[in-house]
Design a protein. Sequence first.
Length: 346
Amino acid sequence: MATEKEDIRALTKVQLRDFFEQQGEKAFRGNQVYEWLWQKSAHTFDDMTNISKQTRQMLEDHFVINHIEVDNMQRSQDGTVKNAVRLHDGLIVESVLIPTATRTTACVSSQVGCSLDCKFCATARLKRMRNLNPDEIYDQVVAIDKESRLYHNRPLSNIVFMGMGEPLMNYNNVIKAIDKITSVEGLAMSPKRITVSTSGVPKMIKKMADDEVKFNLAVSLHSAIDEVRTAIMPFNKTFPLKDLREALEYWYAKTKRKISYEYVVWKGINDTQKDIDALVKFCKYVPSKVNIIEYNPIDDGEFQQAANQTLENYINSLEKNRIVVNVRRSRGKDIDAACGQLANKT
């Protein structure tokens, strides 16, 4: 019975060097292969043109490269690109290229489906099928970088972990992917251009602080009142705002980096002065800024964008309290690539 081949990208550079030595080859071949796998993103062993045919065949006999494939690409009228990414086992995730006048941002997925149960998000309606491996996360970034160069004539400038899945529920693989993305042996991107967005898992936020990560933290907040937040994000019952606040205070004490709160305002849910006052109070615990995000319907009508006046009330109250606030207009709505819409049509 044939044994399943190992994915070669699960090996470290040291393990690759050891493998070549065990095969009676020079260890430096491991360095060459490692460069092909990460810096050059080789899809097949035949792509490795500075390695002999015999050596490539040996690699083929022992390993596979479980590379992603962009199964379907959609381009929005505003320049946004959505990729349906097919994984080696046939499962699909989605990632998005978001262009502006000054930057291009990759919004990448970390899980197939999601571990959490936010009622306003299309992805949350899919059960979590599995975590993505570090190379599958890395490959999404490589694919979007190519699209950025092709369609916008510049390399990718930023990455946000705001696609499908809760990144902190796949912590180890997300960290390994970011290590590769920021390494000079990978894509050499600055960690300051990477943001990990979480719905708020206190224990893991503290772990990030202890691990002295260099990337940015965003929290999908949407309400600073426990009853309201639990109604729209039921996991808040397990991770209440008190615990989230404590974890964020710990994060700031360790890292001295301010937090971004992602916040959608819905009609009849979090559109009162009480909701505004609660957010202002929560923002004062830790240095932070607020991104108010335009809501994108997922077809059932339960959640509706609040009136413009309500948004103005939020903005005025936050600015009056010297809290930085930005309003994020959604992009890619015509291809269901906007916030909360990923997996809407799959």
